[in-house]
Each structure stands twice: as structure tokens, then as C-alpha cells.
Design a protein around this ligand. Sequence first.
Ligand SMILES: NC(=O)c1ccc[n+]([C@@H]2O[C@H](COP(=O)([O-])OP(=O)(O)OC[C@H]3O[C@@H](n4cnc5c(N)ncnc54)[C@H](OP(=O)(O)O)[C@@H]3O)[C@@H](O)[C@H]2O)c1
Length: 101
Amino acid sequence: MTGASAGLGEAFAKQIAQRGMNLVLVARRKEKLEALATSLVNAHGIAVKTVVLDLGREGAAEEFARQTSEIDIGLVVMTRLPWFWAVLLKMISKPSGRVFA
Ligand SMILES: NC(=O)c1ccc[n+]([C@@H]2O[C@H](COP(=O)([O-])OP(=O)(O)OC[C@H]3O[C@@H](n4cnc5c(N)ncnc54)[C@H](OP(=O)(O)O)[C@@H]3O)[C@@H](O)[C@H]2O)c1
């Protein structure tokens, strides 16, 4: 879930967590991401990883792939920088994953 530290992304993350899915939360503000992650883990018993990353910077896709290389990502939900998904899908383990941009 990108843009997870505020707004639509945070709201989507809460909805996804309510359905029992594990999450990777991405945004630039570490404190906001970690506070959300803690609340979702406590409320729903899911696994949550935070990735503090500026998706607009060069090499962001590669950095995201590096930080999530151990995770089988099947669904990508993006509320920011929708162009990023094309790059991202080349990097994640399941290119057939669904993207809602
Ligand atoms: N809210 C609406 O009703 C609405 C309606 C139609 C379209 N939209 C569009 O939907 C998108 C999200 O809207 P929103 O209202 O949820 O916006 P928001 O409240 O400003 O949230 C934006 C999120 O994106 C993250 N973000 C911004 N730039 C980033 C970057 N370079 N790298 C990583 N994360 C970044 C922010 O986190 P950090 O600052 O921590 O990085 C934040 O979590 C926007 O593009 C908006 O134009 C919104």
C-alpha cells in the first residue's frame, strides 16, 4: 500500500487489514507509518512491514524490491505516483499481481 501514511492510502490500509491480509506500508514519514503499523498489528494480528521511501526518487523501484525481496506480494494498491506501478511490477515476484492506481 503506497501513500499509506495519510489520506486514502491510510484508509485503504485499514480496510485491507480488517480483511486479515498482511501489508507492506510505503511512504516517506517513518513515524506515521510505524504508528499505523503498530495499530494494525495490534488490532488485527497481521504482519506489517514499513518501507520508508520517496517513490519519486531515482532508484525507488529497485530500493523497494530490495527491501521486500523476502515477501511474496500479490496485490499492489497505489494512491500516489501511479506511473510507478509499471516499474514496480518488473521488480516484484508476481508480475500478475493486481494493481489499483
Ligand atoms: N482524497 C480524495 O478525495 C482524492 C480524490 C481523487 C484523487 N485523489 C488523489 O489520490 C491521491 C492521494 O490522495 P490523498 O487525499 O490520500 O493524499 P494525501 O492525504 O496527501 O496522502 C498522500 C500520501 O502519499 C504519500 N506520498 C506523497 N508523495 C510521496 C512520495 N514521493 N513517496 C512516497 N509517498 C508519498 C504521503 O506520505 P508521506 O508524506 O509520508 O510520504 C501520503 O501518505 C492524490 O494523488 C490525490 O490527488 C484524492
